[in-house]
Design a protein around this ligand. Structure first.
Ligand code: KIV
Ligand code: ZN
Length: 518
């Protein structure tokens, strides 16, 4: 009989908290809605105490997403638990996820507490959280470097105190599949009340073993795995959801385990997360990388043409990658575009479809064939609408290899047209400097990347930009067949997000973020 494995997706918490992956409220909400379509069981929507933005996003997700359990993380402290409950209490199925470190190294140097004090705090805070919520997950941070005997004591006590899920994190990606499976077996054999709860694992990827360790844990009998889309997360990231799920699907014969994940939504979810966070997926990434289903070598192509199963162990369609069956161009109508988007896994509202179709028409006027990748890029770019405090009206660039680049940029800024001129080290730098003069805010450009969406000289250029103001990062994306225009649009997109958040934070409270002491 198949074992049912629950998927807890922590893209919006562990994924989002990693540097450079931050998302604003609208973006988090879009990801949460997509995770619901993907049919994850639990969405860890954030860490309520971390910032007013996190709290607002968890609340919005709790009020919007109906089909998944919504969890907020909390340290084992009353103020964290109060806020976590405040964040999830409107969810159809709320969960509070509390954690405390149990390894000697963390207890001694980070918490400065004895094991007995940690045990008491874990127990008391589980009881405290239980007053609010019936579904309580308890995590022993750095479990894989903890003394197993101490772990057994802590788990037994928090289960008695009301925990319903016990999570075993490999916080620093230290364990190995064999050792981890043994730890889980030992926990099952040495914690007398372990049968009352669901067992969970949460693996980081510092040694590249997060997925392997999660799968070993499934074989050892856990009921839940925690993971993120594209494996984003602290340092080397978390276990990648798509790799665990497709591992279980493809090797069902071996694992005999199932999830509720609707795999045809995997590709679309991966695209959405990479485009909203600006964290690109490497081409050779398993399952969702651009080359994951590409066969370049002659021998492989020959085999695949003869019979796909020679080199393909899963079908592209199983993750929602469809082979292009219809060519779209300037004569294609709204229905053809809509059909194509549906088969690509998009479920757009009428308004979103109107915008997508208008963009499609503009592109089809310039480009003979509009590929699936073009359509995806157009839709992803508009997935989240952001108030355009600054909007591009026009730009003129004078550049070459024997003159100093000059840019004149005209924007609609706060409702009126403004123009500035600047020189720079190349046309993009000149254009950005002209924009800086108009905006007049202090921020820095952290990263810039340009990618072609498809092959060919008429490819759309996609620019991803990260800007920073203090500790905050904002991603921007711009799409155009003209790379300077794509760059300007990406820069403005990031600036508009910064403007939006500054306004938002002022509304929520008067300014700065809470700094956390773990
Ligand atoms: O990596 C970790 O230990 C965590 C816990 C808070 C679950 O993210
Ligand atoms: Zn983690």
């Amino acid at each position: 009989m198949a074992t049912q494995i629950k998927i807890l997706d922590t893209t919006l918490r562990d994924g989002e908290q990693s540097p450079g992956c931050s998302m604003n409220l609208q973006e988090k909400l879009e990801v949460a809605k997509q995770l619901e379509r993907l049919k994850v069981d639990i969405i860890e929507a954030g860490f309520a105490i971390a910032s007013p933005g996190d709290l607002a996003a968890i609340k919005a997700i709790s009020e919007t997403v109906k089909e998944c359990t919504i969890a907020s993380l909390a340290r084992s402290l009353p103020k964290d638990i109060d806020l976590a409950w405040e964040a999830v209490r409107k969810a159809e199925s709320p969960r509070i996820h509390i954690f405390i470190a149990t390894s000697d190294i963390h207890m001694q140097y980070k918490l400065r507490k004895t094991p007995d004090q940690v045990l008491e705090q874990a127990t008391e805070m589980t009881k405290y959280a239980k007053k609010y919520c019936s579904d309580i997950e308890f995590s022993a941070e750095d479990a894989t470097r903890s003394d197993p005997e101490f772990l057994y004591r802590v788990f037994e006590a928090v289960i008695d105190a009301g925990a319903t899920v016990i999570n075993i994190p490999d916080t620093v990606g230290y364990t190995t599949p064999w050792e981890f499976a043994e730890l889980i077996t030992n926990i099952k054999n040495n914690v007398p009340n372990i049968d009352q709860v669901e067992l969970s694992v949460h693996c980081h990827n510092d040694l590249g073993l997060a997925v392997a360790n999660s799968l070993a844990a499934i074989r050892a009998g856990v009921h839940q795995v925690e993971c993120t889309i594209n494996g984003i997360g602290e340092r080397a990231g978390n276990a990648a959801l798509e790799e665990i799920v497709m591992g279980l699907v493809t090797r069902y014969d071996f694992y005999q385990a199932k999830t509720n994940i609707f795999t045809p939504q995997i590709y679309r979810t991966s695209k959405l997360v990479s485009s909203l966070t600006g964290a690109h997926v490497q081409a050779n990434k398993a399952i969702v990388g651009a080359n994951a289903f590409a066969h370049e070598s002659g021998i492989h192509q020959h085999g695949v043409l003869a019979n796909k199963s020679t080199y393909e162990i899963m079908t592209p369609a199983s993750i929602g990658l469809t082979e292009n069956r219809m060519v779209l161009g300037k004569h294609s109508g709204r229905h053809a575009v809509e059909d194509r988007l549906i088969s690509l896994g998009y479920n757009l509202t009428k308004e979103q479809l109107d915008i997508a179709f208008e963009q499609f028409k503009k592109l089809a006027d310039k480009k003979k064939i509009v590929a699936d990748e073009d359509l995806e890029a157009l839709v992803e770019q508009k997935a989240v609408s952001i108030p355009e405090v600054y909007k591009l009206r026009s730009f003129v660039i004078n550049s070459g290899n024997s003159i100093t680049a000059t840019a004149a940029v005209r924007l609609v800024a706060h409702g009126r047209e403004v123009e500035e001129v600047s020189t720079g080290d190349g046309p993009i730098d000149a254009a950005f400097k002209a924009i800086d003069k108009i905006v007049g805010f202090d921020f820095s450009l952290e990263s810039f990347s340009l990618q072609a969406v498809t092959k060919g000289k008429d490819a759309l250029g996609e620019v991803t930009i990260k800007i920073a103001r203090g500790a905050k990062h904002y991603n921007g994306r711009g799409l155009s067949m003209d790379v300077i225009e794509a760059s300007v649009l990406a820069y403005l997109n990031a600036i508009n997000k910064m403007m939006d958040e500054l306004k938002l934070i002022k509304e929520v409270e008067s300014g700065s973020e809470t700094s956390l002491d773990f």
